[in-house]
Write a protein that binds this ligand. Structure first.
Ligand code: SF4
Ligand code: SF4
Length: 112
């Protein structure tokens, strides 16, 4: 499902708002990022490649989750804290690709 973006707002404008105005609010704070079984191995490798020792949480079915509070700055380990850009934007998890699904309070690009 594609994300819900205010009608007329371009992807470029939405990215600018996310990084410079909202400063990636949905990628930081006391949140949990869900990963599918197919996404979990690559995400774990990305975390290891950054030299971080914390691993992701895993379920028996292969899916997993990342608790931002486990990482420095209470943010997704893939978030660049200097630019508020996602370091794996082109291959970001499905949950990130689909958010926001609807007008969401506090989410500027959805009109919330
Ligand atoms: S909360 Fe909405 S506006 Fe803010 S970074 Fe996330 S998607 Fe972008
Ligand atoms: S993977 Fe990228 S888009 Fe998804 S929460 Fe982390 S920094 Fe944000």
């Amino acid at each position: 499902m594609p994300p819900y973006i205010v009608p007329g707002l371009t992807d470029t404008d939405a990215s600018r708002i996310c990084m410079t105005e909202c400063k990636a609010m949905c990628c930081r704070g006391p949140l949990i990022l869900e990963l599918t079984a197919g996404e979990t191995p690559a995400f774990a490798r990305n975390i290891a490649a950054m030299g971080l020792t914390q691993d992701i949480k895993r379920r028996e079915d292969g899916s997993g989750w990342v608790r931002f509070s486990d990482y420095a700055g209470e943010r997704c380990p893939m978030l660049d804290p200097a630019t508020f850009a996602c370091r794996i934007y082109e291959s970001r998890p499905r949950r990130c690709r689909e958010f926001p699904e609807r007008k969401t309070p506090g989410c500027a690009i959805s009109g919330g």
